[in-house]
Design a protein around this ligand. Sequence first.
Ligand code: C2O
Ligand code: CU
Length: 513
Amino acid sequence: MAMPTRMAMPTLAAPKVPLLNPTSLTRFVDPLPVPPIARAAGKRSHPAYPGQMLPYYRMEMRAFNARLHRDLPPTTLWGYDGLSPGPTFETVRGEPLLVEWVNALPTRHFLPIDHNLHGAEASKPAVRAVTHVHGARVPAGSDGWPEDWYVSGHSALSHYPGAQDAATLWYHDHAMGITRLNMYAGLFGAFIVRDADEQALGLPSGDFDLPLILCDRLIAKDGQLYYPVSDDPSAPWVSECRGNAVLCNGKLFPYLEVEPRRYRLRLINVANTSFFDLSLSNGRPFQQIGSDQGLLTAPLERSRIELYPAERADVIVDFSGMDGQAIQLRQQSEAILEFRVRDRGRPDTSILPATLRPVPRIDPASAVRDRMLTLGEQDDAGGNPMMMLLGGKMWSDPITENPRQNSIETWSFVNITGDSHPIHLHLVRFQVIDRRPFDLFAWNAHRVVKYTGPAQPPPLHEAGWKDTVRADPGMVTRIAMRFEGEPGRYVWHCHYLEHEDNEMMRPYQLLPA
Ligand code: C2O
Ligand code: CU
């Protein structure tokens, strides 16, 4: 058996600035910020039905300074409404809204652009932005097509119809060739969809329901963000970016005062490449109630929650009976957030029901076609940094994935690299059918998939509706979805942002029914 090689990686240059050792910081001195709720600025008419007035939001992307920790000098960040994470959108199924995403960023980028990447050529303006709501079912024109970026002083109006079930979605930048830098700079926030079915369950709500947005960063001693570069100044792109400090809603090692009762935490991994492996210091389990696209069928008791980039987990944490205690949230063995339990005499009226909602299984046999799509890698013409390819194709190759509206398809991701890749499709929600090991040697020799073991059904926490799936090396990961939504051009890609920016993103065309 040929061993898969690790993704070839340009050599990392030693940072030119001294980096902060985050373990030297005093822990748990800053309160956990909870992003404010986005407020509508007024009403505007519906783009398709001019008589109908919709709530209109205006969200400005700006540079600002913020303290990531009490003892650090202010850090330059970019964020929506001058915040990172940006304000949280609170939306309701069936209630459409309009958002004008305004680029008010500086004209110079403060992170290292690689002009060799497609879409980031030196001829392009350095600072470009376009916003995508991850997991939203939207018309193509409002989805944030990566090449529909615009420069400072310009904006785009997006229409979010809200025709989807309650879920924890999130918004972020998606500009071609620099998404990894714009997001590293701080351009992301939560976008919550609620609905009456979920409301009726009596889960913790109000003050007891909050997003917990996690990412890792490298921070220089002067407090500024450091983004890694290769040792070739003319080609600074690196294939992954892992930090050494975890930001919780934009703070390092914050604390949160909680009451001895149930909380609903909406965990969102907005990191460039890192995955999180979360647990509680007191050994108590989480009750996971939801994944990317909303509720699971029933709560799942889990002592650890693993999240790949762009994945979400809705969890219930029960602090009852812990008055006066301090409990830490851990990323692997490191405490990143402290919960301080203090009774305020407010009774807990929330419920954790035994069942949450039905998730009818899509029968893979009902698919009109299966698409075998490789997750691969390749040298560029100059033999310089590798690029990552989907289905052996580059971004600008003609469209090959062209499902019909309302049809069911299965897509099989054949991972021929040595790394996992979190694969995300815009517009649709899907189900993971199975993962199955295959013979990489046979693939390399004959381009055939020869399975070497039985198909493994997804674990229960991956058996709900998803929009991002981890495709493991040496495995075929199969998903099934019905292509509901408006015909048009969308994208699918690896959510490792370094890969996405370097060809691991493809367009797809949804054809009319
Ligand atoms: Cu989270 Cu194409 O996006
Ligand atoms: Cu990838």
